[in-house]
Design a protein around this ligand. Structure first.
Ligand code: HEC
Ligand code: HEC
Ligand code: HEC
Ligand code: HEC
Ligand code: HEC
Length: 446
């Protein structure tokens, strides 16, 4: 079939470097090609990991915060097998010289204490470093010097930083109010990711800066750390306390409560309008248009690791007996989309419409690895914006009659082929697919 899809709205390759963000990364080369940065990847340690307590130290008085955080991706940031596999590939690629790059946010304590440096091994890391983005990776932040690439200042000697102005006293720690904790910039310090080459990888904070949420004064915390009334510490007064599961897309331990929150977060965040003519002549191409809306106020859909996530439209046309006469965005035998990276059917779905992002290397070839990439193009949909995409469905072999067109906008955290390539077969088989929106329409072919 020689079908093609057209892009009707402003959906052409979008350079990811066009809004707020660094002009180039602030990295230095210490002479032998080792990548360093005075703040987040120091060549010589600036901190001692032993000065940072682990989360079990907090559990006696903050048991709910600890239990929530423990199922979050923050707790998983270093032990995540996908992360470890990718870092391992980069270790091989750069012979250890870039070992601080991918780890600077996943464990700032590990990198700044020197536990993580050229040639490090994950199995040798101390418990607080294994805890990744642990309690004190946030609650000892006294300043954010730049809203990307682990731009935080960490001071383990400072009072515990937090959102409470009148914290009850405790023998465990001093407390200090910091307005950073109600501010998106705290999150931006790690959530906007730039390669040492200056190539921007992730930028939810930069997107948020230009979003309706920013205008309304809703920071990341407003959607990702919702508040309930309750004590902030055992026996303490009732306050607004904030959920520490950091609900997003991923649920590393399969925790049922986090899963329910993921599904709630993904509800009513997108819409699809199908535009189909009432009738169309047999033999001519049937033009089907889907107008896809991002209803999130805070950032693009998708955001963050858009080069890993899959967001796509499944489009089916069925005759009145229910037989599918045209399909795009369906899965091949391995469970992968039938696009460029499909193991067995890379050209099987030339009309495939996706809204993620992708890397291109210096030779113009697609690559999965940011360290090999020289370009990052994105088809993500900005907040409260929409993109229209069209399919030209051939009808020359179809009979006259009534046909149903249906579209689903589908989101999957990881493509199975990538997980299998990294040795994560069980995770590949267990990947959920979330249907964010759908629409149906009827067309008369005559
Ligand atoms: C500037 C901080 C920062 C740097 C540097 C960084 N990451 Fe991340 N990483 C993040 C954040 C924040 C997320 C969460 C984004 C999301 O889920 O969309 C993340 C998510 C991930 C995930 C997905 C985890 C999951 O289970 O969903 C993987 C894998 C990962 N990073 C690997 C890497 C690799 C490999 C590198 C080096 C190329 C790297 N990271 C560099 C901050 C960083
Ligand atoms: C012995 C009990 C105890 C232990 C152990 C403890 N805390 Fe606290 N913490 C408290 C109390 C009490 C408060 C004040 C609560 C209030 O006023 O509602 C508090 C407040 C806080 C605040 C809010 C500070 C502010 O001003 O906003 C943070 C953040 C915090 N603790 C983090 C931690 C972390 C992280 C650990 C472990 C490294 C920890 N705490 C260990 C008792 C404790
Ligand atoms: C010290 C660095 C750091 C800070 C600060 C930080 N994050 Fe993260 N965050 C990460 C990393 C790294 C990951 C990915 C962990 C993984 O899965 O490997 C992540 C993951 C997440 C996820 C899960 C995304 C998904 O795909 O499920 C959410 C949601 C999130 N962070 C929200 C926040 C919010 C809100 C703030 C600010 C209050 C914040 N983060 C501050 C480093 C950070
Ligand atoms: C108005 C609510 C809202 C605000 C504000 C908001 N988010 Fe989100 N965020 C969402 C929703 C809904 C999703 C799920 C859709 C998705 O994954 O893109 C999400 C997903 C994410 C993810 C997971 C993306 C992925 O697919 O891997 C990350 C990371 C994230 N947000 C970070 C942030 C950061 C950082 C900020 C602040 C700079 C922020 N968010 C502000 C609603 C919000
Ligand atoms: C990714 C950063 C991050 C991590 C990791 C983190 N917190 Fe927090 N914490 C926050 C933010 C941000 C707030 C305030 C949210 C707001 O006011 O909107 C907060 C608030 C708190 C408070 C004040 C009460 C409340 O809920 O508002 C306590 C106590 C606390 N955290 C303890 C902990 C403990 C204990 C851990 C580890 C188990 C932890 N935090 C891990 C960012 C973090």
């Amino acid at each position: 079939m020689t079908l093609c899809w057209l892009v009707l709205a402003a959906c052409d390759s979008e350079d990811t470097g066009d809004t707020a963000g660094p002009d180039s990364a602030d990295t230095a080369d210490s002479g032998d090609g080792t990548v360093t940065d005075p703040l987040s990847m120091p060549a010589t340690p600036t901190l001692d990991a032993g000065d940072f307590p682990t989360s079990d130290t907090c559990a006696e008085c903050h048991p709910d915060h600890v239990a929530e955080w423990a199922v979050s991706t923050h707790a998983y940031a270093i032990v995540d097998p996908v992360f470890q596999a990718l870092v391992g590939l980069r270790q091989g690629h750069a012979d250890g010289r870039e070992d601080r790059v991918c780890t600077q946010c996943h464990s700032a304590i590990g990198v700044r204490s020197g536990e993580i440096g050229p040639g490090f091994s994950f199995s040798a890391l101390s418990p607080v470093v294994q805890e990744g983005v642990t309690c004190v990776a946030c609650h000892t932040v006294t300043d954010v010097q730049r809203p990307y690439n682990s731009g935080h200042v960490l001071d383990p000697g400072a009072p515990m930083q937090g959102p409470i102005a009148d914290a009850a006293s405790t023998t465990a720690h001093l407390s200090a109010y910091s307005d950073l904790f109600d501010d998106a910039e705290l999150c931006g310090g790690c959530h906007d990711v730039t390669e040492p080459t200056g190539l921007e990888l992730e930028r939810p904070y930069a997107e948020w800066l230009q979003s309706p949420s920013q205008a309304e004064g809703t920071p990341c915390q407003g959607c990702h750390m919702t508040s309930t009334r309750g004590p902030a510490a055992t026996g303490g007064p009732e306050r607004d306390r904030h959920d520490h599961r950091f609900v997003g897309l991923d649920n590393p331990t399969g925790d049922p409560e986090l899963q329910a929150r993921v599904e709630a977060l993904l509800t009513d965040i997108a819409a699809v309008d199908l535009i189909v003519p009432a009738s169309s002549p047999v033999g001519e191409r049937l033009v089907v248009t889907a107008d896809v809306h991002n209803l999130i106020d805070g950032h693009n859909l998708p955001t963050g690791s858009t080069f890993i996530r899959e967001l796509w439209v499944e489009l089916l046309v069925a005759d009145d007996a229910g037989t599918i006469v045209y399909a795009s965005g369906t899965l091949g035998v391995e469970g992968d989309l039938r696009g460029y990276w499909s193991p067995s059917d890379p050209y099987g779905d030339p009309d495939l419409v996706t809204f993620g992002s992708a890397f291109v290397d210096a030779w113009g070839e697609p690559t999965l690895f940011p360290w090999l990439a020289s370009e990052h193009w994105s088809a993500a949909i900005p907040p409260q914006y929409h993109r229209a995409v069209s399919w030209m469905v051939p009808t020359d072999t179809l009979a006259e009659g009534t046909y149903t067109v249906s579209a689903r906008l589908r989101l999957r955290p990881f493509p199975p082929f990538l997980l299998r390539a990294l040795g994560q077969n069980a995770a590949a088989d267990a990947q959920p697919i979330y249907d964010l929106a759908s629409a149906d329409a009827v067309v008369e072919l005559r």
